[in-house]
Structures are given as C-alpha cells and as structure tokens.
Design a protein around this ligand. Structure first.
Ligand code: AMP
Length: 216
C-alpha cells in the first residue's frame, strides 16, 4: 500500500491522513510536518527551510526529494501515505524513479472552502495535532485535547499568505495530477462543505480504496 494524498492547502490532507493511518496499515508521512519539526528543533534542515515556510513558498525540489527518499528508505519503501509530496512535476518524476506508487487520493475542494478552513485552523505547538474551529474544535479553546499544549495559528495560514499558497498550488502542483493520470488510479474525493464531517470523508476515502482493491 503506497499512496499519495493530494490537494490544495486546507483540503484536509493532514487531518484525514492521521485518521486513515489509524484505520489501515500505512505510515502518514507529511513533508510539511517534517519541515516544521526541523524548524522547531532548530536543526540544519530547519535553518535551510525556514524562510520558504514563513513565506508559504516551495522548498527547492532537490532538498525535499532527499528528505523524502531518506524517510521512505527508513520505512522499507512500503505501507505509506505521503502527504504534501510530490508538489511539483519534478518531484513526481523523482519519486516515480525510485518507487511505484499504487494510487493518488485527490481531495477536490473549492477556493472559498480553502480560505474558510485555513483561517480557522489551529495547531498544537507541542505535538503538532491539527484542530479547526469550524469542524474539529478542541474541547477547550486554545488548548490541545491530546497533550494540553498551546494552540497557535501557522504564519502561512494568515490571509495574505493563503492567497499566494493557492496560486502556487494551481501553477506548480496541479500539473502533478496530469503527470499521474493514466499511470495509477486517481481516487477523487469531492468536498463542497467547509465543515464536512471528518469521519464521513475518511470512510468514503477508505471505501473507494477498498472498491479498487488497493487496501490489503
Ligand atoms: P504543508 O504543511 O504541506 O502545507 O507544508 C508547509 C510548507 O512546507 C509549504 O508551504 C512549503 O514551504 C513546505 N513544503 C512541504 N512540502 C513540500 C514539497 N513537497 N515541496 C516543496 N515545499 C514543501
């Protein structure tokens, strides 16, 4: 089971992936989480990527490719759900060069949903758990349900950066869908409600994967 979960920022990739990994035997690997953790820990990688993350710009392909290959090698190149990668056709070509992916799960949402969701997203400073004031609020405002850490708003979830991230997605990332079209199944999950229940969406994705006999 080697899956990609793909969609614009705010489409729910991280939220759905962390639940999917609890239901089927895949490891959720999110490049955004790897980079944020590196920035938080002030590692060499963190120093190299911080500027890009702050501006909502893409980290250079060579650097992301290296990080992902190392990570996939460390888990034996199987049973993964890659979230946030590949984000350019160059990254897709690179990935395709060393591992065969079984399917791309495409989260199809509209721009107004993206903007609503991103501006109400909050993340735990300690454990990285994602909440959303709209459809997945914490029990106590500003506090993480899991570890009681403080919740914050990502700098790149602020309105002026959101616009740029959507533009980057349309220009650089959407062509990745065409790259995989005809090569692997594309499982399309359409969402037209900003506060669509998470479990419903997750069950629908897993149902589609089962229908295509992609889940073992
Ligand atoms: P995300 O949490 O997936 O929205 O990623 C947060 C930020 O990490 C992005 O805005 C980029 O700066 C960087 N990033 C994550 N994944 C990639 C990727 N595959 N290619 C380039 N930059 C990435």
């Amino acid at each position: 089971m080697r899956f990609l979960i793909f969609g614009p920022p705010g489409s729910g990739k991280g939220t759905y992936s962390s639940r999917i990994e609890k239901k089927i035997d895949v490891a959720h690997i999110a490049t955004g989480d790897i980079f944020r953790e590196a920035v938080k820990k002030d590692t060499d990688l963190g120093t190299r990527v911080k500027g890009y993350l702050d501006k909502g710009e893409l980290v250079p392909d060579e650097l992301v490719n290296e990080v992902v290959k190392d990570k996939l090698e460390s888990i034996g190149m199987d049973k993964f759900l890659l979230d946030g990668y590949p984000r350019t056709v160059e990254q897709a070509e690179y990935l395709d060069g060393f591992v065969d992916v079984d399917a791309l799960i495409l989260l199809d949402v509209t721009d107004d949903i993206i903007i609503k969701r991103l501006s109400s997203r909050r993340i735990c400073k300690e454990c990285g758990e994602v909440f959303n004031k709209l459809f997945n609020p914490p029990e106590k405002e500003g506090v993480c349900d899991k570890c009681k850490g403080k919740l914050y708003q990502r700098d790149d979830d602020k309105p002026d950066v959101i616009k740029d991230r959507i533009e980057t997605y349309e220009q650089r990332s959407e062509p990745v869908i065409d790259y995989f079209k005809g090569k692997i199944p594309i499982i399309i999950n359409r969402c037209r409600k900003a506060d669509a229940p998470i479990d419903e969406m997750v069950n629908s994705i897993i149902g589609q994967l089962e229908e295509e006999e992609l889940v073992s």
